[in-house]
Design a protein around this ligand. Structure first.
Ligand code: 9WN
Length: 510
């Protein structure tokens, strides 16, 4: 708990937040993170998601760094303490104090410490056996940059670097199932966008587990219209159980669901560049042998990461770019075909450095076009094509807007020199967070909240947006900008409330 203020009672957001200030929003967001902290990490939500999730923790650490550098570092350290011997970082680290009935699939389903023993699953902690997108090196770098003195004193990057490097090696060496240099996901939960219409065709080949063989817990907390269907759940369960029964081995696993996802690969590229920055920062420590340093140069590790990032970028463009669609698409590795659904994952390569200029320009055009509507019919970027046949404003990853995805795109807009578009998106996100009580996801047009509330990464990324100027996202350090924050929040909230008032159901759902 080093350097952390005492927990204050949580004050729920008001229904009408027209008058909310940046200070009030910052306070409310901090309170969510305080409540969701369990002592070593942060739950996305005490009710719906009562354990530690992998990519949630990365986004949460990015916000926590503005509250406590030490706590942000611990968030990532706790996650990486559950890393498997083969390098994989599990998508859930289970809290043994939480009853089994609180979340399904529970530890007794995954049985990681026994079923995953050959793959090096830890004995001392139970985890899931699948992964989530590799945002962690990016998060570690941003956490370090928020307080380099504390980070160096605690040896944060020096301790994390080998784990992060092993994690990336797991992905590039065990998960290149297509054989063309990109990472494949083997379960719809792995890309984090669990219920995306992109999975409908590859998932349709999977025989669902019998409904009586498991009991969903998510419907105890969430509205069925916001969550995946029972049929999809049966298929998720079948895929996870078969992987488990195969010892979570990748080399000879059949992996009937195998998809190259542009979001996962873009995040890996961004994290490879972050790993290069980390290697530069700790270069004197990772190359302790002066003879080796003289021969290879102290920056050899960093150069390797940058070279890998460039190779991944070339593969991403070669395998997943679809000029006709004006965005990246997923590829079904089993059929060899591109999947013709437009997911927001196909815009996430906007966060990648060194993408060809014509592709960047096309992506920026697509972001504001009729399919994603940013700056037009949508206030936040939807998770799926506004005009797509499966579009649904509220169902989980089939249309609603998510804060982590919008945070990444805001970063991409700044990176590519569009500060005004980035500022507008940032204002809309702050307003949506304020009016929805930090909802898990929102209607992209009205910002009406859906899913659970007081959601971890929504609060964390709100803090990050509040702490930022509109400068380019290098290894950013807070520089304040509070007057601008306040104006942005007020303007965004007023616009959100006006949009909510026009929309059926309003914009302040609770
Ligand atoms: C399964 C925790 C996670 C997020 C995912 C989101 C959802 C889990 C679920 O919640 O997935 O991993 O039970 O639906 O889709 O992105 O990491 O917040």
């Amino acid at each position: 708990m080093e350097g952390f203020p005492p927990v204050q009672p949580y004050v729920p957001a008001q229904r009408s937040t027209v008058g909310v200030t940046a200070r009030e929003l910052r306070h409310a967001a901090r309170q969510v993170l305080l409540r969701n902290w369990t002592g070593a990490s942060t739950v996305p939500s005490h009710g719906l998601y009562p354990h530690q999730w992998s990519w949630d923790s990365a986004f949460i650490a990015i916000g926590l760094r503005h509250v406590s550098a030490v706590r942000a570092q611990r968030e990532l350290e706790t996650l990486l303490a559950a890393q498997w011997g083969d390098g994989r970082v599990p998508h859930i680290v289970f809290n043994p104090a939480v009853p089994l009935e609180a979340y399904f699939p529970s530890p007794d389903f995954w049985r990681s410490s026994t079923a995953g023993a050959a793959a090096g699953a830890p004995r001392s902690v139970e985890t899931s056996g699948i992964v989530q997108p590799p945002v962690h090196a990016l998060a570690a770098w941003l956490v370090h940059r928020a307080d380099p003195v504390t980070s160096r004193r605690r040896g944060f990057l020096r301790r994390l670097y080998p784990k992060l490097a092993a994690w990336h090696r797991y992905l590039t060496e065990h998960r290149d199932l297509g054989g063309h240099g990109l990472v494949s996901v083997v379960h719809p939960w792995e890309p984090g966008m669990d219920n995306s219409p992109c999975w409908d065709v590859p998932l349709s080949r999977i025989e669902p587990a019998a409904p009586a063989s498991f009991r969903r817990c998510d419907l105890d907390h969430g509205c069925p219209d916001d969550r995946p269907t029972d049929l999809d759940y049966g298929r998720y369960v079948r895929l996870a159980a078969d992987y488990r029964d195969h010892g979570y081995r990748d080399a000879d696993a059949p992996h009937p669901f195998a998809v190259e996802d542009p979001g996962v690969n873009a995040l890996l590229i961004a994290s490879e560049y972050a790993l290069a920055d980390i290697a530069d920062e700790i270069a004197p420590e990772v190359v302790p042998d002066p003879v080796a340093a003289a021969r290879t140069g102290p920056r050899a590790a960093a150069d390797d990461h940058r070279a890998r990032a460039r190779r991944l970028t070339a593969a991403l463009v070669a395998r997943l770019w679809d000029a006709g669609a004006g965005q990246f698409l997923c590829r079904d590795v089993r059929s060899g075909e591109l999947i013709g659904e437009r997911s927001v994952a196909g815009l996430l390569p906007l966060i990648v450095r060194g993408l060809p200029r014509d592709i960047v320009d096309t992506l920026l055009h697509t972001l504001g076009g009729t399919h994603f509507g940013l700056g037009g019919s949508a206030r936040l970027v939807p998770s799926y094509d506004l005009r797509g046949p499966a579009f649904d404003t509220r169902r989980y990853w089939r249309g609603p807007a998510w804060f982590n995805v919008n945070w990444l795109l805001e970063r991409g807009l700044r990176h590519h020199g569009h500060p005004k578009r980035a500022a507008a998106l940032r204002a809309a996100m702050l307003a949506a967070a304020a009016t929805s009580d930090f909802a898990e996801y929102v209607d992209p047009r009205t910002c009406a909240g859906h899913g659970t509330r007081q959601f971890g990464w929504t609060a964390a990324l709100t803090l990050d947006l509040l702490a930022r100027t509109t400068a380019r996202p290098a290894g950013e350090r807070n520089t304040g900008g509070r007057a601008g924050d306040r104006a942005a929040v007020r303007a965004g909230v007023r616009a959100a409330v006006r949009a909510g008032a026009r929309a059926p159901g309003g914009g302040t759902a609770h």
